[in-house]
Ligand binder design. Structure first.
Ligand code: NAD
Length: 261
């Protein structure tokens, strides 16, 4: 029970990586807000984890790009569970296009979800964490694309690099209040986000879906293996449970060696 008596909010927790993090955090004793734009799936996830009478999970309707919804969701988390100790800023999307074909709308949409969303959720949580005076921890879901670029993913690569900057700024400002910030940088994980882009990349690159997996996604890993939601959730637990300010402002790559620091 590494997170006994802790309260966490995980954005984008109705699916994929965020859902597994919420499950693992709840199993380790935390009460968890499942904040997602997809309320139907968020409710199902909260029920599965232990919403209702058990009171371990709360579904929140939240578009992370909407300032009022973010502020309200964090307030509801604190009113329901009594505090906010851990934020996992995880909600995200992907968009596949070469830069020359990329619309300004798609650029802005991606930057808004990843960067504006990270800022708005961070600000709302920090206000409560500072006021409560019991410290806290913030985890950003970066990517190997926080360190490396790939073709067809310019806004994603830009946004994920940006999260490292935000993390370092939060680490500096938060330290006085006992708030730590770190980034997890996963390699490819089979979630709906990745399943959607396999045919899209195949089309853009003129290769088969099998080759997208073997020759694009897993080409530079040490063992040709996908990272799993369990790998990422275990890393999130390690960061969330870490007891001191020693581990802050860092980015941890979990990618079967695709990228080595
Ligand atoms: P996913 O599609 O399974 O889940 C993403 C969740 O985010 C969904 O539940 C979706 O409803 C939610 N979401 C989307 N827009 C939102 C918004 N505006 N407000 C609130 N919620 C919103 O994807 P995933 O693979 O689990 O991705 C989670 C995070 O992990 C993303 O930030 C992604 O960039 C990152 N990541 C994924 C991989 C991968 O290979 N899957 C690798 C590295 C990083």
């Amino acid at each position: 029970m590494q997170l006994q008596d802790k309260v966490a909010m995980v954005t984008g927790a109705a699916s994929g990586i965020g859902l597994e993090i919420a499950r693992v955090f709840a199993r380790e004793g935390a009460r968890v807000s499942i904040a997602d734009i997809n309320m139907e799936s968020a409710r199902a996830a909260a029920g599965d984890i232990g919403g209702g009478a058990e009171g371990k999970a709360l579904a929140l309707a939240m578009d992370v790009t909407n300032e009022a919804q973010v502020d309200l969701g964090v307030k509801q988390t604190v009113e329901t569970f009594g505090s906010i100790d851990i934020l996992v800023s995880n909600a995200g999307i992907q968009h596949i296009d070469p830069i020359v074909n990329l619309s300004f709308d798609n650029w802005r949409r991606l930057m808004a979800i990843h960067v504006d969303g990270a800022f708005l959720t961070t600000r709302a949580c920090l206000r409560y964490m500072y006021a409560a005076g019991r410290g806290g921890t913030i985890i950003y879901m970066g990517s190997v694309h926080s360190k490396e670029a790939s073709p067809l993913k310019a806004p994603y690569v830009t946004a994920k690099h940006g999260l490292i900057g935000l993390c370092k700024a939060v680490a500096k400002e938060g330290a006085l209040h006992g708030v730590r910030a770190n980034v997890i940088c996963p390699g490819f994980v089979r979630t709906p986000l990745v399943d959607k882009q396999i045919p899209e990349q195949a089309r853009e690159l003129g290769i088969s879906e099998e080759d997208v997996i073997r020759k694009v996604m897993l080409k530079d890993t040490v063992d040709g293996t996908f990272t799993t939601v369990a790998d990422v959730a275990q890393t999130a637990l390690f960061l969330a449970a870490f007891p001191t300010n020693a581990l802050t402002g860092q980015s941890l790559v979990v990618s079967h060696g695709w990228f080595m620091q």
